[in-house]
Design a protein around this ligand. Sequence first.
Ligand code: PEP
Ligand code: MG
Length: 758
Amino acid sequence: MKLITWLDDLRNDDVDIAGGKGASLGEMWNAKLPVPPAFVVTSEAYRYFIKETKLQDEIERILSNIDVNNNEELNKASKEVRYAIENVKMPDDLKLSIIESYHKMCELNGDDETFVAVRSSATAEDLPDASFAGQQETFLNMKGNEQVLQAVQECFSSLFTPRAIFYREEKGFDHFEVALAAVVQKMVNADQAGVMFTVNPINQDYNQMVIEGAWGLGEGVVSGTVSPDTYIVAKDTQEVLSVNVARKDTMFIKDADGVTKEIKTPEDLIEKQVLSEEMIKKLENVGQTIENHYKRPMDIEWSIENGEIYMLQARPITTLTDKKDSKSSNEIEGKIILKGIGASPGVESGKVKIISEIEEIGRILDGDILVTKMTTPDMVPAMKKAAAIITDDGGLTCHAAIISRELGTPCVVGTKGATKNLKDEECVTVDGEKGIVYEGKVGKPEEKAPAQVVYAGAPVITATEIKANVSMPEVAERAAATGADGVGLLRAEHMILGTGVHPGKILKEQGEGALTEVFAEGIRKVADAFYPRPVTYRTLDAPTDEFVGLKGGEDEPHEHNPMMGWRGIRRGLDQSEILKCELKAIKKLREEGYRNINVMIPLVTNVDEIRKVKEIANEVGLKLRLDVEFGVMVETPAAALIIDDIIEEGIDFISLGTNDLTQYTIAIDRNNENVSKYYLENHPAVLKLIELVITSCKRAGVKTSICGQAGSRPQIVEKLVEWGITSISANIDAVETIRNVVARTEQKIILESIRKQK
Ligand code: PEP
Ligand code: MG
């Protein structure tokens, strides 16, 4: 039995012995990277500890029959288990081994009592779904036998936080399947510290390294409490491409007693650049060595003490998605012929096909660039073939933008003249991130980016659910593969638009059963792909200008401003024969056994609408709130301001539709490219309405979600989590990023509350 292992004997595949963190440190140590010396109290030691102290029975007793959905019960059980683990007498031989190793480290360091960091390192890899990342504890600045032993014991107990217990119970995992190792590492008393990504995680540029740094210990940067400086370096030339010096009001230090503290940053350092150009380059160098060693993009924690660089942790970046584009925006040099709004990232070249009339859509072949005034739903089949899409009109939430993001196709909208300025059949390159169109084929398409999808380590688990928006049932599998916790918005429009026939026409010519089946078929596809994860179906929100293009849509009224016209639930109630088919489809699916479908209604403005929908559902034999969870979209200031009345009427959840909420609050047409620069989802008035809705719902026990574009914007998402939103539904391509933003924000909240208690 090996109770202790030093880094010399550990490699990446020793997760079973040393946990993820310990194994990764061993790998770096043996690759001669600058890692502070460390030993690991092994997972075997943990199992031995549990066995010898006879704690397993007691823990099982405490955890038996608890209702993990009852917070109070869960917290109480966690406290009890942790108390038992932290206060039991450690077996003597284990105690001795740890003390001996600690003394050896002190000896190596040339002092009596070296400061160490004790970090938990879980062996969760055999449960691929069970993320323990960030859930366990780290104890900084420990010194002397007693503190080190206690910290190890507290690391052990961190395997039983409420969240970890909840997770294992939910997943049906055995609590004793996972073990915990503790890394005891010489403390680096950092002057500067931070993180480094060897691939730019924002634009996924493989030639850029991103370094974030702040003063003092790295805790502030890792937990997100300190805004760090950000440096971007070109990996091939080592040129520093951008320096963003942040205001660093606070910093973390070790005080004279070795206690980690957050203090006010000295005045002269607050806005001072943390890293010199020389240091940025040195770090880039080490980052490059690490990436070369692991042969994949890495996320690294670093610190600097007296000018010496140390690596504290390195793990593969898990947020790089399988993007369609093979070129990075920044590699492109070419003649710019058109600019617009970057609506869906990626870079593609191809032949321009200008589509003026829908009849011409057959001209689009695989790999063409579809150029049109604005895409319409009947263009979706062609959009799937196109390599990229360019439109004259539209903003970030227009039809072209939403569908392109869902398809993963680069798209530039709001160019105000693509159909006039581009020539049919000419070759162009589209940069959908920057919103630029270049003449000819530019960039380096043949250079495929290396290993594009990196799944490594355990996935991030968040208390806030992270869901995905789905418009086209065909992309359900792709959406489900993101690992999203469900679908927060399944738009009904595209199920109809996909048929190319107006629902009124289907109803009239083929009857109720046929229209019901159109809806059922689309919903079934998504519910299947996500089963048993929940799917929230939103009833038809049919704007007249989009439906006019369908066969049989010629009778759609011509409206001056369709965004404020006959759409949403007001139209749904006027055409209740269609709404009934939607509700019947849900009923049918329930009868087929699907238990993962919820319903919500769009563009609610008053309580009567909710009441009437319930009545109509009753008529078709679907009991909203009993058979399925029922919610409303909050997309109008009206709905936000009468949220208490809406709650009173009886709903299970709300979902914030910020695409509409923004346009109706600040009077900016979301589809008008002339005013798109004023379209700000983070306008204080919009944020105020959102906060009001979340807090009112929270008070009333009504679940809250967001499915507008703002839910894919990290800065807004941080606020939503702080206000206590239940779930966030992001674009498919943003799920991973948003999950990480949410995880970091949650950790920050927990950290702050712990600090307040102290
Ligand atoms: C919204 O308004 O934010 C929303 C999600 O609905 P849609 O974009 O379909 O109008
Ligand atoms: Mg809307």
